[in-house]
Ligand binder design. Sequence first.
Ligand code: HEM
Length: 280
Amino acid sequence: MPQDLSEALKEATKEVHTQAENVEFMKNFQKGQVTREGFKLVMASLYHVYVALEEEIERNRENPVYAPLYFPEELHRRAALEQDMAFWFGPGWEEAIPYTPATQRYVRRLHEVGRLEPELLVAHAYTRYLGDLSGGQVLKKIAQKALGLPSSGEGLAFFTFPNVASATKFKQLYRSRMNSLEMSPEVQQRVIEEAKTAFLLNIQLFEELQELLTQDAKDQSPSQAPGLRQRTSSRVQDSASLETPRGKPQPSVLSRAPLLRWVLTLSFLVATVAVGLYAM
Ligand code: HEM
C-alpha cells in the first residue's frame, strides 16, 4: 500500500537527520558550545535561505502543488529574521551580513525548485519548518543560555512562533495537509529525494560554517596563513570578525592583522637596539 507523504518523508530522511544532528557545528551547539560569532554566521545564512524559500512560496501560493501548505502567519520566518539581523548586526545589517558559498548554493536550489519544479517545494518547506517546530525549540533554549540572552527573546525571534499555539498540533495539521496533496508515486519519489537534498544542503552549510570558524580561530594566531577573511567573499570577510553583538566594540585593527603586529614589534626592537648603540 502506498505510504502517506508525511510518513514517507519522515522515514526517508531519518538517516540524513541523524547525520545533520551529528555535524560538528550542531554537536557543539547541543553542548552549549556556541559563540556569538558562530551564532551570527548561522543566523545570517538562515536569513538568506528563508528569503529565498518564502519568495518561492509566495510565487506558488496558489499553485495546487503547494497551496494547502501556505501558512504565512504561522510559519514564515523572514520578518523574524530581519529583527534578529538588526539585533546582531545593527542598523546597516543588510550590507554587513555574510553570504557564504554553501548558503548561495542552497538559495540557488530553492529558486530552481520554485521556478522550474514547484511540485518539489513541499520538500524544502517540510525540511525547514517542521525542523524549526521540533529541534529548533531545544536549540533556542541552548542559545539563550550559552549567549547570555534575555528571556524576553531578543535576538532569537527566529525560534519563536507567536501564531502557533501548540507545535505538536500544528505539525499534525501540517502533515495532514501534506498528505492531501494530489501526487503521483513518481512525483512522491522525487519529493523524497528533494527532501534528502534539502537536508544535505543544510549539512553542507553547517560544515562550511564550522570550517570558517575554525580557520578564523587559527588566523587569530600570528604564525598561521590567512584564512576566513582572505578566502571568502568580502561580505564574509566583513562580518565574520564581528564576534560581538550590537554595541560592543569590534576587534582592533592590530588584533585583526597579525603581520602588522609583528612588523611593529620588530621595528620597536630595532629602534631600541639602535638607541642603545648610539648611547654607548
Ligand atoms: C542539533 C540538531 C537537531 C536536533 C537536536 C533535532 C531534533 C529533532 C527532534 C527532537 C525532532 C522531533 C522528532 C519527532 O517528533 O519524532 C525533530 C524533527 C525534525 N527535524 Fe530535527 N533536529 C536537529 C537538526 C535538524 C536539522 C539540521 C534539520 C533540517 C534542516 C532538521 C529537520 C527536522 C524535521 C524536518 C523534523 C520533522 C520530522 C517529521 O516529523 O517528519 N532537524 N528534530
